[in-house]
Design a binder for this molecule. Structure first.
Ligand SMILES: Cc1cc2nc3c(=O)[nH]c(=O)nc-3n(C[C@H](O)[C@H](O)[C@H](O)COP(=O)(O)OP(=O)(O)OC[C@H]3O[C@@H](n4cnc5c(N)ncnc54)[C@H](O)[C@@H]3O)c2cc1C
Length: 320
């Protein structure tokens, strides 16, 4: 039988949604699952993980773990995986997860597959479904050999189920002595909006159609009113109108919110790679033949400078 270790992603004192998705899925499928918390002052999050299905919660809580470092965190994962006798290690695709997955696999000499969008488990075997060729095809990847498998999983692959009230069975781990090659001393975060794109249930993204920083500011209140994350196409980021951490797409963030607004975005394949998994897509574009309309559930053909103020007004009426 598979034994899964879910590495918890957390931010600002809360477990992030993609981790709850992974635990909800293993709980629903009746899979034996433990979780791992790494960081400083993170013990308090253990009950949340237990409530969503973690049998044992391993906790590496130390001042040296305040900031993410792939080397140091990988040492903690390897320690927990050995104690849990995990056959699979699941890590959500995030800014840190993308670096952690391969580092853990390298350290443990384990197999690695990144960017899973679905997982099929039978006994000890797992088949990973992952998009390839900028989401044009879905690959089914099977592991050729036995041994520990490290898998990073995209957010939105599974739904979050309600938690049980369940105190965690906590096992404290010693601070890893990894002789990390990188020591992070401080962190400065760029702001892409109030809500991190990875955690947002709604995302509003702007494309080159906004024409410049003033256009970005025209759309921003729509994101604010909707309580949405605020993203952008690469054209907008390359033009310096929005920071890189707002970029959605093949070389940016992959988001799978409940609703995705594409405002003045053409829908290039590299952009679709980052958002086509959204549950509902709304596009505003003045060109009726824009490729974004081929993936949109609702399309508004029109000038965004006229349409967006109307949307903001309408959302305001609903929110009152
Ligand atoms: C290797 C590689 C990786 C890439 N990675 C990414 C990535 O991660 N993310 C990404 O987004 N792109 C990526 N790109 C770039 C991608 O190919 C496109 O160039 C980019 O997505 C285009 O951005 P856009 O849709 O904002 O701009 P455009 O393609 O210029 O589209 C602007 C749209 O706005 C519409 N418009 C203009 N004025 C108005 C108006 N007044 N009202 C309404 N609509 C209007 C136009 O009709 C048009 O459809 C990548 C490219 C390569 C080669």
């Amino acid at each position: 039988m598979s034994k899964i270790l879910v590495v918890a992603d957390h931010k600002d004192g809360e477990v992030r949604k993609p981790t709850l998705e992974l635990l909800s899925h293993t709980r629903g499928a009746g899979l034996s699952t433990d979780a791992l918390l790494i960081g400083q002052n993170v013990k308090g999050l253990a009950d949340t993980l237990a409530g969503h299905g973690a049998g044992t919660v391993y906790v590496a809580d130390d001042a040296s773990l305040q900031y993410f470092s792939a080397d140091t965190y990988a040492a903690a994962v390897a320690d927990a995986a050995a104690k849990a006798q995990a056959t699979q290690i699941w890590i959500s695709v995030s800014e840190t997860g993308k670096a952690l997955g391969p580092t853990v696999a390298g350290r443990m000499d384990a197999a690695f597959v990144g960017d899973a969008q679905g997982l099929e488990i039978e006994g000890d075997n797992v088949t990973v479904l992952r998009p390839a060729m900028a989401t044009k095809v879905m690959q089914k990847v099977r592991f050729a050999k036995a041994g520990v498998k490290v898998i990073t999983v995209r957010s939105g692959a599974f739904d979050v189920q309600p938690a049980d009230a369940k105190p965690a069975n906590v096992v404290a781990l010693p601070a890893p002595n990894s002789n990390g090659r990188v020591v992070v001393k401080s962190l400065e975060q760029e702001e892409s909006g109030e809500i991190d794109l990875g955690d947002a249930n709604i995302v509003v993204s702007v494309g080159r159609g906004v024409k410049g920083p003033d256009g970005v500011e025209l759309v921003r209140p729509l994101a604010k009113r909707l309580g949405a994350g605020f993203g952008a196409s690469r054209a907008v980021v390359d033009s310096g109108w929005m920071p890189y951490n707002a970029q959605v797409g093949q070389t940016g963030r992959v988001v799978t919110p409940d609703v995705y607004f594409a405002i003045g975005v053409s829908g290039a394949i590299q952009h679709l790679a980052g958002m086509s998994g959204s549950k509902l897509i709304v596009a505003v574009n003045k060109d009726p033949d824009a490729p974004i309309f081929s993936v949109a559930d609702y399309g508004i053909v029109g000038d965004l400078f006229k349409v967006v103020p109307l949307l903001i007004e309408e959302v305001g009426k609903v929110k009152k």
